[in-house]
Design a protein around this ligand. Sequence first.
Ligand code: COA
Ligand code: ADP
Length: 569
Amino acid sequence: MIQTVGSHLRRGFASVFSSRTSRKSASRAGDADGAMADGEGYRNPTEVQMSQLVLPCHTNQRGELSVGQLLKWIDTTACLSAERHAGCPCVTASMDDIYFEHTISVGQVVNIKAKVNRAFNSSMEVGIQVTSEDLCSEKQWTVCKALATFVAHRELSKVKLKQITPRTEEEKTEHSVAAERRRMRLVYADTIKDLLANCAIQDNLESRDCSRMVPAEKTRVESVELVLPPHANHQGNTFGGQIMAWMENVATIAASRLCRSHPTLKAIEMFHFRGPSQVGDRLVLKAIVNNAFKHSMEVGVCVEAYRQEAETHRRHINSAFMTFVVLDADDQPQLLPWIQPQPGDGERRYREASARKKIRLDRKYIVSCKQAEVPLSVPWDPSNQVYLSYNNVSSLKMLVAKDNWVLSSESNQVRLYTLEDDKFLSFHMEMTVHVDAAQAFLLLSDLRRRPEWDRHYWSVEVVQQVDEDDAICHVISPPLGGNPKPQDFVILASRRKPCDNGDPYIIALRSVTLPTHPETPEYRRGETLCSGFCLWREGDQLTKATGCPRRTCMEHACPTRRALPACCL
Ligand code: COA
Ligand code: ADP
């Protein structure tokens, strides 16, 4: 079977490369729809917009829009978008990490746009964009982007949501990557727990100057809120945005107690609403500064709910971690005092905050960097494995979802598409093979079998089986381009089954570096940023296969960054 799939691909792809008769460029099938969708008048049917003029009653001590108020508006806009798609009430299940790029001043307008990126079973991912606008100068700024998950609730019955059909390139990309983000979200708590357990952080508490230390205890805050009808939807469930606003309030008080000035909230780590709360509940919010670094501090907040008649029965509703800085008049971050944690839980949280900071920075680097900014090979380590794997799959999905691929040649029913942007020349091949998609996936995703059908793979050794779907492999391939040395690659191979019917099977490959497999004089080290296969089921025994290498043109000439010859991966 592997021979059938492999030889289809080998013969097919080889014939495209040998075909010198480049056809007149033609658009990829389906572009007509894309063009229509991008054209005038198209608006995503789930899109909801909110514009608010920032008044003094919305601002904090610094005269800027309070993040709590912004979170309420974000949650409301996103909820209305989710409900527009679901056709029934929805609750906030989670809000992914948010990084605030700009503050918003009184008198400015905040514009919020939300749309459903993808519907799963009963949950949906909603993408939210927040910009601010200065009415006098007409300037606009991006404030933040957020991703929230809402769950549709119909009393007594489980809701099965209708699918979203993405139309524009941006919608297709978000739709495709949303499945990978969901996978990451659902294991988030376990991932963080594992990482914290394995992340060795040095605490240099003993060597710190005690005169600059503030006991963490001094920053502790406890505050109660009674959930009233204006805080809840028509079914009596507390709005997620309201809870986030209350959390931001206590976190700001704790942060102010450390710096004795007015701090600015820079980032929030994932809000996960573990359980609902209703009108009549009492919510107890507790916050404390877990750790203070040179220019930033982490404040942790936890929320519990109880009914008056059962005060001892407290439900854990949410916990979140917020990063604050203190800015001077020129918006430069100021030095912060050190924190002296309480023995026991305080010291544990102190160490965990340091670990979270490292994880946050690694993750921000991998997940939010633009492709062109990430070096080809990122060092592999347990604290970034989830994000590298996410980046591996989502990069391939984003590349394939682009709608400016141009058909440059076709031979033996194999189509070669190219795509040029500022830095990259990418190409992919598309063909139909007479094999069931699941079977083709099983065979192609086992990289150890690739030398059986691909002469560009001499050998593949699995160096580390990271989890069921991710493995790091050492690949050796023949010499190329006049250089007598064979090439070797250290590759993270990530495979994914479809999340629903329209999804492809994915086999994504990207280079990583491993201390156990350094460059050796024996081989020329090759690298790939993003390559692999997407397999779409087209029938019982019919699969559309896309082989997708990308190569960097400008860096191709640079000896320190040897981009991969495309025919190899
Ligand atoms: N992030 C994103 N989605 C999540 C999630 C998380 N942390 N935890 C669960 N979900 C999704 C699941 O993937 C599932 O989606 P699917 O149906 O599309 O596959 C959906 O939520 C239901 O999951 P299930 O396992 O059946 O239910 P649960 O017992 O985990 O409950 C909630 C999930 C969100 C319904 C539940 O935790 C809840 O009611 N939370 C409070 C929501 C709320 O009231 N928010 C407002 C502020 S209190
Ligand atoms: P953890 O203690 O593992 O961090 P929790 O969910 O219990 O997780 O708490 C989240 C955060 O809320 C803590 O890191 C801490 O900053 C804050 N917190 C928890 N309990 C209290 C408390 N009793 N007083 C003040 N802050 C608290």
